[in-house]
Design a protein around this ligand. Structure first.
Ligand code: MN
Ligand code: MN
Length: 433
């Protein structure tokens, strides 16, 4: 290397250090500011992380305005997209979606809307469905090739199911309850008095569709009548009034019988399933609890039938943070029920992207990618984490650094060892603990 080249590299390194210092000062100040000329000049050969991103680095404020076409309502809904934190860098595939922005399919008795991989490309493991059944509204007897997990978000619902050994179950569920139907097991849903139900389903395959399920009416209508007669052991004429089109969702005109009555009607010689297909998540004591919130975990260790879906219900109080972490075993499909939140996802590159979440929104984080979820409002934040996995698993950044060689962590991050000693230990999940 010629001396002049060496000299210019040294100069680049020096201006890089000044830029980094300047950026840190700017970030600490927390407002709009301009970088020094040295920092701006630092970008270039051998310096792939620059130019720096974020409004904090803009010198002419006019560059920040958005004079082009826009819908103010939609635009202001996602302030993290409109004005990303200065720490965001390089972008990544969209991990935000919302039931608020997808069309409903409405029929007499209720409605449903869904976000499958067709609409949300990143969501390979989970397809989500939001369904409302009014009182007496019935989701027709059906089955599908995927397993179905659900959380009840409103009202009261009756589920029926038959397992692979001919053992039936009926149960009434309410807000905070879960159900899990293994792939292929036939089931029905019905909204109960006084005001029906609403719930969110997760299929364990991003390609699944609620609008494409195996319906009992369709199969009966598309089977030769003599085969029906033979199959069910009744005369052909018995089927003369069957519907020729499927019902999917319909309004029942009969009052729902008592649970005991239906249990008696469904009883089989094979007996009852050994493990319930419903789980009262809202009623269980928290798996983790700190002064900032709670986490309740339902996976195959306590919700025994739920072999392909693990889930948590997370409550974060105002000011609280679902601490920086990742999941080593599965992608996360997060569904937001109450309050407002902000999540940043971190990937190699480096890449970091931030999104805001409101009730009805979905976030999706690929396996192993770092993220946190912060309560940005004045009320409790409530969300569900859903994983296509047998067990819930997580690694927490603070826990890892608190249980690594102190000198190594101190040197890596240029921190005083006394600071590292203060990091949260023992996996609080919700901080401040
Ligand atoms: Mn189903
Ligand atoms: Mn997570």
């Amino acid at each position: 290397m010629k001396p002049t080249q060496k000299q210019s590299l040294v100069e680049i390194m020096r201006s890089l250090m000044r830029a980094s210092l300047s950026r840190r000062t700017v970030l600490a100040a927390g407002g709009l500011a301009t970088l020094t000329a040295a920092a701006r000049a630092a970008g270039g050969f051998g310096n792939p992380d620059l130019p720096a991103e974020g409004a904090v680095n803009v010198t002419n404020p006019k560059a920040l305005t958005d004079p082009g076409p826009q819908d103010p309502g939609l635009a202001s809904f996602e302030s993290a997209f409109l004005n990303p934190p200065a720490t965001d860098v390089n972008g990544m595939p969209q991990f935000w979606a919302s039931f608020n922005l997808v069309p409903k399919r409405i029929q007499d008795g209720g409605w449903a809307r869904q976000i499958t991989r067709d609409d949300f490309h990143i969501s390979t493991t989970i397809a989500g469905v939001n369904m409302r059944l009014g009182p007496g509204g019935v989701r027709e007897l059906h089955w599908h090739q995927q397993a179905e997990w659900s959380v009840v978000t409103y009202g009261n619902c009756r589920i029926t199911i038959l397992d692979q050994e001919g053992r039936p179950q009926v149960a009434d569920v309410k807000e905070g309850d879960l159900w899990y139907f293994p792939a292929g097991l036939p089931h029905s849903l019905q909204g109960l008095d006084p005001d029906g139900t609403e719930f969110v389903l997760a299929f364990d395959n991003g390609e699944s569709s609620e609008f494409n399920t195996l319906l009992v009416t369709d199969w009966i209508a598309h089977t030769p009548p003599d085969v029906l007669a033979k199959n069910f052991g009744v005369p052909v004429e018995a089927f003369k009034n069957i519907p020729l089109h499927n019902k999917w969702i319909y309004q029942s005109n009969q009052p729902a019988p008592s649970l005991e009555t239906v249990e008696a009607q469904m009883a089989a010689a094979a007996g009852n399933p050994p493990h319930p297909f419903v789980f009262r998540l809202g009623e269980m004591s928290p798996s983790h609890e700190t002064k900032s919130g709670t986490v309740r975990i339902a996976d195959s260790s306590n919700f025994l039938v739920s072999k392909t879906i693990a889930s948590t219900q997370v409550v974060v109080k105002p000011g609280g943070l679902r601490e920086m972490h990742w999941h080593p075993n599965a992608d996360e499909w997060a569904y937001f029920l109450k309050g407002t939140a902000r999540m940043t996802v971190f990937n190699t590159g480096p890449a970091a992207m931030t999104a805001d979440f409101h009730p009805g929104d979905i976030g999706y984080v690929k396996k192993g990618l770092g993220h946190y979820i912060e309560n940005t409002g004045n009320t409790d934040l409530v969300f569900m984490e859903v994983f296509r996995a047998e067990r819930f698993e997580e690694v927490l950044l603070a826990d890892w650094l608190a249980h690594s060689p102190v000198g190594m962590v101190a040197e890596t991050l240029n921190l005083d060892p006394s600071i590292i000693a203060q990091f949260p230990k023992n996996r609080p999940d919700i901080v401040p603990a």
